[in-house]
Design a protein around this ligand. Structure first.
Ligand SMILES: [Zn+2]
Length: 372
């Protein structure tokens, strides 16, 4: 059943909040610089609340969306979309909201998770258990979460060591990373419920007066779910559309020969064609914004420029994954970010290879890429 399309009964510019909108890079931030503090609840529009929970490192935070809903008996409740890392400061922020803050006296009706990354799925199991609320998640993302939590081996698997060598890491760096061990995922993610409710392309989901449809994006994770309310013109975009930072697109050990950047670019084209340009985008990181088309165009352009630059570099001399960093990143790549940087660089090189613009040959376990 399609919800009848009606004009939004709420001004999408959110003018009645009294904020001064900011324009930046072709995007409009209707709430200006405003952002709620950790564990603070802010009603963004009828039926949609916004809070934040902390994420260590440069990201600093994740946005969590609290959606007004009703329990089966008609009493008031709320659904939560994206849950934060399962760590003490985040749990404290949630408990504050539930026990003393805006959500006290109510319970959760649904726990919704866009994708399997720990800052999104971390508290989902804890929340689902606390409120006996069902977990709505894409099946692949739910399975991946459960698999990664269950992977409790001690040492780093040989495939990971081989991949680090493939990228051109030196033995010291490989040893250093091997010492850190395996299974860090499970430390930031609570055990998930044994069952879930599937979200796939076209799934419909209701919270209060909001009727959502699910769109699936690929490349950042295998099957990232976004929620769109066409009549309220609002989209919970997770990490699929972020206003400032570029989502990490990395080759994953679970599919080392895949082409995630190709999938990501295809998703950008898919979303660009399917989304209303006036949607208010609620991203997982950063502030709500208008300008989805502009942002998707910028993302596609940046990736294509990076592909062209790197191809040009490969024409000059063959390169390892680590040699491609200066073509892709403005800042120097230090050991704390080299894992992510290698994943992204590999995804870019692989896409050149997939599209017939580069090849690689192996020397002593290290891949050397050259242009065709
Ligand atoms: Zn993510």
């Amino acid at each position: 059943m399609h919800a009848p399309i009606k004009p939004p009964d709420y001004e999408p510019l959110l003018a009645d909040h009294g904020f001064d909108p900011i324009e930046s890079d072709g995007l409009t931030y209707p709430l200006g610089e405003f952002e709620p503090k950790f564990g603070e609840y802010f009603e963004l529009m009828p039926g949609i609340g916004w809070t934040r929970t902390p994420v260590p490192g440069p990201l600093g935070h994740i946005n969590n969306w609290v959606l007004a809903d009703r329990h089966a008996d008609g009493s008031a409740g709320f659904a939560i979309a994206d849950t934060g890392l399962f760590m003490p400061q985040v749990i404290e922020a949630w408990k504050h909201l539930f026990e003393e803050g805006a959500l006290q006296g109510q319970g959760a009706t649904k726990i919704i998770v866009t994708h399997y990354h720990p800052d999104h799925v971390g508290c989902a199991g804890w929340l689902a258990k606390r409120f006996k609320a069902p977990l709505h998640m894409n099946r692949t993302e739910w399975l991946l979460t459960r698999l990664l939590i269950a992977d409790k081996r001690d040492g780093v698997p040989q495939e990971a060591l081989d991949e680090w060598r493939f990228c051109g890491w030196d033995q010291n760096l490989i040893d250093q990373f091997a010492e850190k061990g395996w299974g860090r995922f499970a430390r930031a993610v609570a055990e998930l419920p044994i069952g879930h409710i599937r979200m796939e392309e076209g799934t419909r989901l209701k919270t209060g007066d909001h009727q959502w449809r699910v769109m699936i994006g690929n490349g950042h994770t295998p099957e990232h779910a976004c929620l769109i309310d066409d009549s309220a013109k609002v989209m919970i975009s997770g990490d699929q559309i972020l206003p400032r930072i570029t989502s990490n697109i990395s080759t994953m050990l679970s599919e080392p020969t895949s082409d995630p950047l190709g999938e990501w670019l295809a998703s950008i084209a898919h979303f660009r064609a399917a989304l209303d340009k006036d949607l208010l985008i609620l991203p997982a990181h950063g502030r709500p914004f208008l300008g989805a088309h502009q942002r998707l165009d910028t993302l596609a352009l940046r990736h294509n420029e990076a592909l062209d630059d790197l191809e040009q570099g490969l024409r000059e001399s063959p390169k390892r994954v680590v040699d491609s960093f200066p073509y892709l990143f403005k800042r120097p790549i230090t050991p704390d970010v080299i894992g992510m940087a290698s994943g992204e660089a590999m995804a870019t090189l692989r896409h050149l290879e997939f599209t017939g613009r580069a090849v690689h040959e192996m020397k002593d376990g290290v891949a050397w890429y050259s242009a065709i």
